[in-house]
Design a protein around this ligand. Structure first.
Ligand SMILES: Nc1ncnc2c1ncn2[C@@H]1O[C@H](COP(=O)(O)OP(=O)(O)O)[C@@H](O)[C@H]1O
Ligand SMILES: [Mg+2]
Length: 587
């Protein structure tokens, strides 16, 4: 983990190295200033020697300015190093997430990835900054102050050595408890971020179902948990300050008491006594800083693990070596395919599917929710890999094909498809950045999207909000179909992609796909028999198994499930619009 993280310091390495160097110089200067103060008092003021006063005073001034300059430089480099480190971490994570397969995203969850990219990275940034600043300064200034104290007076030094040990014990005890609490704080952060993410991204559903009160309570619970943990951690931390004050002032009193006797006895000068005070303060400050850094490191260790995990994750699906970019046609073969989701219940979502689709055919798939329709088509564009059997596109195993070529040629309109913020034209060109405006218009015509786009005030330049929230469900579906068509794929897969369109539009889209791009293999998942009955063949899926695989007429004769669906839809006049419109939002 540490290696992964350190590697991300990258081009900011020099800043990370310069920081401690400048800090070291600053500390050295700081350590010698009290020593010079002692000379100033003893050789200058007490001896009544004005030359010495000026000499040592001037020296102190120069040293103070130098130390200031070093401090400023160190501060600047530490900022470079720590923010650069955070930026690199985010970049590395982001880059790897782009390579993630669907199964990897399932593993981490979207809100989990967001927390890792934000809160966890900030933690690491703070820890890194603190380490650069303090881990050199504190031990060094502590050690050198101790050395200086012993140089001045060995006997007096014993006083604060004992005090420092007492303080160290107290701090260790407190910190142990605090880090335990902080470890729980971060788990609670995950819970709260999860609640926020889920709620905010589904705010429309929340409002539609009037669940605001419930959601408020859920959030309140998560936020209160965080509050209580923080209060607990902070009140524990609060003990450290009075404890430290007690020890420091106790020490000062003891040093004054014994010091005064030594000064009277002539074993110690007043100047030396004054600098002793300064060194003692600096020793305790360093001790305090060391304890803080310890808390910070334990706090960020968990974050470090979470960040490194994402950076090092090997995506489940990667481009094969010497990948084949040539896909001759749009034929699809599934040879005895079984498939189970890795993180799922362990049960197969698909059992022994054996399908052979010729290039240019139109195939329908029907089946209840959870019967495995989406899982099946996700295997074709290799969004997931099969557990058993093989999937072939154009006669070649998808695991040997170049991922970009495969996904360029197998265009899927996913069930949960989204639009991005930007104009309609931007969104369409997502499928194919080189598409001309005419090509975009043509795709929209086939997908029946032209009619509503032309009615919009800005036409193709109309802005789509993030997630496509300012167009209706049916409009969004039609834009997604147009976008998929622009890739000019060999295979087009529509996963329930016209569920929010009315029957007439649905029929028109299907007709135009047949007429205008006849060579393309089409796979249409739908809930309505009317959407499918003209397909060359229809697959009936039941609980992940092939229940029927025939034409509409054939299935009507032989397949009981298909007969039942037909019977129900005939009663309803075949209009399934209302329940489907809602279903789309709920998923
Ligand atoms: N990402 C996933 N992780 C684990 N299980 C999943 C995932 N997606 C779907 N499933 C499960 O696989 C089965 C088939 O789902 P799916 O293919 O989406 O069905 P359909 O599209 O026919 O409604 C269901 O039991 C579902 O719970
Ligand atoms: Mg589905």
């Amino acid at each position: 983990m540490l290696k992964t993280l350190l590697k991300q310091i990258g081009q900011y390495r020099w800043a990370a190295i310069l920081t401690p160097i400048f800090i070291l110089l600053e500390v050295l200067l700081d350590v010698f200033i009290p020593y010079v103060t002692a000379w100033l008092i003893d050789l200058g003021i007490n001896a009544g020697n004005m030359d010495n006063v000026l000499r040592y005073g001037g020296l102190m001034l120069v040293m103070a300015f130098l130390s200031l300059a070093m401090g400023i430089l160190a501060g600047r480099f530490v900022a470079y190093a720590s923010t650069g480190f955070a930026a690199n971490l985010r970049k590395a994570m982001y880059r790897n997430i782009q390579r993630f397969a669907f199964s990897d995203i399932d593993k981490y969850s979207t809100s989990g990835l967001v927390t890792r990219m934000t809160t966890d990275v900030s933690n690491l940034q703070n820890a890194f900054q603190m380490i650069l600043r303090v881990s050199i300064r504190a031990p060094f200034s502590m050690l050198s102050s101790i050395v200086m104290c012993f140089v001045i007076s060995g006997r007096m030094s014993l006083i604060f050595i004992i005090a420092a040990v007492v303080l160290a014990v107290v701090l260790t005890l407190v910190i142990r408890r605090v880090s335990e609490t902080f470890a729980r704080v971060f788990k609670q952060y995950d819970v709260m971020n999860g609640a926020i993410q889920e709620n905010v991204s589904a705010i429309r559903v929340v409002k539609a179902f009037v669940r605001e009160d419930y959601e408020n309570q859920k959030f309140e619970l998560a936020a209160r948990g965080l509050y209580q943990l923080y209060v607990k951690a902070e009140s524990l931390m609060a003990i450290t300050h009075p404890a430290m004050n007690l020890v420091v002032y106790g020490c000062i009193i003891a040093i004054s008491w014994f010091g005064a006797q030594l000064v009277v006895g002539g074993e110690l000068t007043t100047g030396q006594l004054t600098s002793l005070f300064t060194y003692v303060m600096s020793i305790f400050m360093s001790l305090m800083m060391l304890s803080m850094i310890f808390v910070q490191i334990t706090m960020s260790a968990a974050s470090g693990k979470r960040v490194a995990e994402v950076i090092n994750e090997v995506p489940d699906i990667v481009n094969p070596a010497d990948a084949d970019t040539n896909i001759p046609d749009g034929s699809i073969d599934l040879n005895h395919v079984s498939f189970a989701y890795k993180g799922g219940s362990g049960e197969y979502a698909l059992h022994d599917i054996d399908l052979h689709i010729a290039s240019g055919e139109t195939i329908g798939i029907i089946g209840g929710t959870g019967s495995g329709k989406s899982s099946l088509i996700n295997l074709i564009s290799r969004l997931y890999d099969v557990s058993r059997g093989t999937v072939q596109v154009g006669g070649k195993d998808v695991r040997t094909l170049d991922l970009d070529s495969l996904r360029g040629n197998v265009s899927v309109v996913l069930q949960k498809n989204v639009l991005f913020s930007g104009t309609i034209l931007d969104n369409l060109r997502w499928g194919n950045t080189e598409a001309t405006e005419d090509e975009c218009r043509e795709a929209c015509r086939i997908a029946c999207a032209d009619e509503f786009i032309e009615q919009m005030p800005d036409g193709y330049q109309t802005r789509i909000e993030q997630g496509g929230t300012n167009v209706s469900g049916g409009q969004r579906q039609r834009l997604c179909i147009a976008r998929a068509l622009l890739k000019r794929p060999l295979v087009l897969i529509l996963d329930d992609s016209t569920s929010a369109c009315d029957n007439a539009t649905d029929a028109r889209i299907r007709q135009q796909l047949c007429d205008d791009v006849p060579q393309m293999t089409r796979i249409i998942i739908a809930q309505r028999i009317s959407s499918l009955k003209d397909c060359d063949r229809i697959l009936v899926l039941d609980n992940g198994r092939m229940s029927g695989w025939d034409t509409h007429e054939g299935l009507l004769k032989t397949n009981t499930i298909y007969q039942e669906i037909c019977a129900i839809q005939d009663e309803d006049g075949g209009d399934f619009d209302a329940p489907q419109g809602r279903k789309e939002d709920a998923q």
